[in-house]
Design a binder for this molecule. Structure first.
Ligand SMILES: CC(C)(COP(=O)(O)OP(=O)(O)OC[C@H]1O[C@@H](n2cnc3c(N)ncnc32)[C@H](O)[C@@H]1OP(=O)(O)O)[C@@H](O)C(=O)NCCC(=O)NCCS
Length: 133
């Protein structure tokens, strides 16, 4: 199984509306951006609608300050029958130097759904050879 297409990345300039009371990226916003990237990676791999079933422990190790850039990188790291586990990293990037620092990581568990919003096999309607393309 080739997981290379199960990737997604997003980039965000941290604006005042994204920050908390001390001027750093608000944690809830960070989780939302990570969840979005995880969903995109899982969607690209499965070509199904996906939902988040659970999120493993996320540690906020380093703040991202207003005016900095947040880079979110997601990749599917394992596939079950209807579920996918997605590693998501969030890095801060200094807009003037380009220096990047890993700030936060988490694993997001996504489930593929059919038209009736029921769990459906991740690779149900794709020929096996396509999985290796
Ligand atoms: C996630 C959801 C689809 C699972 O439905 P379900 O009927 O309980 O599904 P099942 O028990 O048949 O499990 C389906 C798959 O999900 C996985 N799964 C279910 N709950 C999980 C959880 N809390 N964490 C990780 N994986 C989970 C199962 O292990 C299974 O994986 P597999 O097929 O690869 O073996 C359902 O609980 C749901 O719709 N939850 C709400 C999702 C949501 O609103 N998310 C927030 C917005 S995106």
């Amino acid at each position: 199984m080739d997981l290379r297409r199960g990737v997604a990345s997003t980039i965000h300039h941290i604006l005042p509306t994204d920050t908390n009371h001390i001027g750093a990226l608000f944690g809830g916003t960070a989780i939302a951006w990570m969840d979005l990237a995880a969903g995109l990676a899982a969607t690209r791999l499965s070509r199904c609608s996906v939902v988040t079933a659970s999120i493993e422990k996320v540690d906020f190790q380093v703040p991202i300050w207003g005016g900095e850039i947040a880079v979110v990188e997601a990749r599917v790291i394992s596939v079950g029958h209807t579920s996918m586990s997605v590693q998501v990293d969030m890095l801060r990037e200094n807009p003037k130097t380009g220096e990047q620092t890993l700030c936060t990581s988490g694993i997001f568990h996504m489930v593929a759904l059919d038209e009736q919003h029921r769990p459906t096999p991740v690779f149900s309607d794709q020929p096996q050879e396509e999985l290796h393309a």
